[in-house]
Ligand binder design. Structure first.
Ligand code: ZN
Ligand code: ZN
Length: 139
């Protein structure tokens, strides 16, 4: 993402709302976006060459941006259907240490579970960034 992309994003900020899960009774279309989570998706070719194919840009509100920066929550996000939910690390059965876990397919969109992607595995080439605050999410 270059400077021009970022200016364009910021110009649209007032039109966007948070797109992360705030629980079943909350209408997220009424929660203004405060930042954008930008995740470059790439894949590794057989030769070992990493190819960045696209950027996923997710509008997030202030509260979600804080949660993404902190150590209390892990976001589970299906990038096939954008369904997502938060896991409180202290209460979770599994030992989560990543800020975001990518699901390629979830029970809501498919019966086939495509796998997990961790934002902080460097070979996958993904590092999430909060566009406006320029804060890197992954370790
Ligand atoms: Zn939010
Ligand atoms: Zn899904």
């Amino acid at each position: 993402m270059d400077a021009i992309d970022k200016v364009r994003l910021m110009a649209d900020l007032h039109k966007d709302h948070c797109s992360l899960n705030h629980g079943p009774d909350v209408d997220i279309t009424k929660i203004p976006a405060a930042d954008y989570l930008v995740i470059p998706f790439g894949y590794e070719e057989k030769s070992g060459v990493e190819v960045a194919v696209r950027e996923l840009i997710i509008p997030v509100c202030f509260e979600c941006a804080l949660a993404l920066k902190g150590e209390e929550w892990t976001l589970l996000y299906c990038f096939e259907c954008t369904n997502n939910h938060w896991v409180n690390r202290a209460l979770a059965k599994n030992n989560y240490r990543h800020h975001i876990l990518w699901l390629r397919g979830c029970p809501d969109c498919t019966n086939k579970f495509g796998g997990l992607y961790f934002t902080d595995i460097p070979t996958y080439g993904s590092e999430a960034v909060l566009a406006i605050n320029e804060i890197r999410i992954a370790v």
